[in-house]
Write a protein that binds this ligand. Structure first.
Ligand code: HEM
Length: 424
């Protein structure tokens, strides 16, 4: 690990790296193979001073330090940020305010800084425990078996498995009644694109509408569980207490919406990206077919190799010196998680998929106080899905060599993944 006492060498702005970054986030080639671009960052500009104000970090150690340093935090909702967001969407500030009025005061823990984050996270963690995740495992196994039992021949794994399973698992976790689950799934899928920086105006309004409907449905469900508690996460979130402190109705709503949004497409992409990586590396895939004992390490490697979340942003909360760099309050720091996972100073031959790699966790779930609350659930789902696929099918082969990617940059995933399945 590089010592932060060593000054960080900051590089840029440089038109070549600027063009590289623009291509990474906005071109088809950037989306298809960001790792080619990250390698260029590692060799030429591991700490890059961009012309748009953010400092971009691509090394594992630097990204981890930023995520663990509480002088960095979530961007405060300033006037200039709102103006930037409105301009990016082609809206006036007033129009943006109108469109998002419904969500005012509903702050989710993902966007909070201490002390508000500390309080809310501690309450939510009391209800969303490792034991609850462990209890869910037999259900996840049954749900996976049910889905796989109907699959044979040529199948789009994204549609028939990767989208279906994680949404059903979160519904099961929170206690959404079975008859409402088909209503929830498309709403979550549409609402989640709110986190994408390159959203169009039309998509933005569709996402807002979906998030509003989701919120209203969850409000009804919370009311129902208040009257009639069950053994599900929502009922536990309603009753959780720290001394006299409890979650308010607004916090219950924003936390449940967050669990849906944070836990759905990310896990979908773990399944899709992971299976695609295995199909592109038949020898490694075969080793898993022969022996599932190292499934934990294998899932860790799939998370590293093609991470479902590629970028994470932080903002300097004050003026301070970080490894020789003078950060000004409000200045953004961008951590390229996908690049950190391919940092050659941290992982040996990072471009090689090695299912037995044991070099510590990737940064796919971030680090520090916002470390993914659902990491153990996501890992468990990944282990169950890849094990069950191997136990159910004698062969899984790729039909489309170059499957289409989703048009998103923060969340990395496939639109479809057509495979040929032979049952055992
Ligand atoms: C492979 C699947 C997943 C990946 C790659 C992933 C990744 C991440 C990352 C990178 C963050 C940090 C975001 C930030 O720092 O701004 C995060 C936060 C979070 N994740 Fe996940 N996630 C996954 C699955 C899940 C699941 C299944 C759930 C729950 C059902 C979940 C719930 C959360 C929550 C609540 C946070 C916010 C934590 C906080 O701000 O304190 N995630 N996740």
């Amino acid at each position: 690990m590089t010592d932060l006492a060593d000054e960080l060498q900051i590089y840029g702005p440089d038109p070549e790296i600027e063009a590289l970054f623009a291509e990474l986030i906005s071109s088809e080639t950037g989306r298809t193979n960001p790792y080619h671009y990250y390698a260029r960052f590692h060799s030429k500009a591991p700490v890059y001073n961009s012309s748009f104000g953010a400092i971009i970090f691509s090394r594992y150690d630097d990204c981890q330090r930023i995520l663990r340093d509480n002088r960095f935090g979530k961007e405060e909702d300033t006037k200039s940020r709102r103006q930037e967001r409105a301009a990016a969407l082609g809206l006036s500030e007033k129009e943006l305010q109108e469109a998002t009025r419904f969500f005012e005061g509903r702050t989710s823990l993902l966007f909070l800084n201490p002390p508000d984050h500390t309080r809310l996270r501690s309450l939510v963690s009391r209800a969303f425990t490792p034991r609850r995740v462990e209890q869910l495992k037999p259900h996840v196994e049954i749900l996976t078996e049910e889905i796989l039992s109907s699959l044979v021949g040529e199948v789009d794994v994204m549609e028939s498995l990767a989208w279906k399973l994680p949404a059903t698992v979160i519904c099961e976790l929170l206690g959404v009644p079975v008859e409402l689950r088909e209503t929830f799934r498309p709403l979550i899928r549409t609402a989640i694109s709110l986190i994408e920086p390159n959203q169009t105006k039309e998509d933005f309004f569709k996402s807002i509408e979906a998030a509003e409907t989701l919120t209203l449905l969850l409000t009804d469900l919370i009311e129902m569980r208040r009257r009639d508690p069950a053994d599900d996460l929502l009922s536990h979130l309603i009753s959780v207490q720290d001394g006299t402190d409890r979650l308010s109705l607004e916090e219950l709503i924003s936390t449940s919406v967050l669990l849906f949004m944070a836990g759905f497409e990310t896990t979908t992409n773990l399944i899709g990206n992971g299976l695609y990586a295995l199909l592109q590396h038949p020898r490694e895939f075969e080793s898993l077919f022969n022996d599932l004992t190292n499934i934990d390490l294998a899932v860790e490697e799939l998370l590293r190799f093609d991470s479902p979340v590629q970028f994470d942003m932080r903002t300097a909360l004050t003026n301070f010196n970080f490894g020789g760099i003078e950060f000004k309050r409000g200045q953004p720091a961008m951590t390229l998680l996908g690049a950190a996972n391919h940092d050659p100073t941290h992982f040996t031959n990072p471009e090689v998929l090695n299912l037995k790699r044991d070099e510590g966790p990737p940064l796919s779930f971030a680090s520090g106080i916002h470390y993914c609350l659902g990491a153990s659930l996501a890992r468990m789902e990944g282990r169950v899905v890849f094990s069950k696929l191997i136990e159910t099918f004698s062969s899984i082969t790729l039909v489309d060599k170059f499957p289409e990617r989703r048009d998103s940059i923060t969340l990395r995933g496939l639109k479809s993944l057509n495979v040929q399945l032979e049952r055992r």
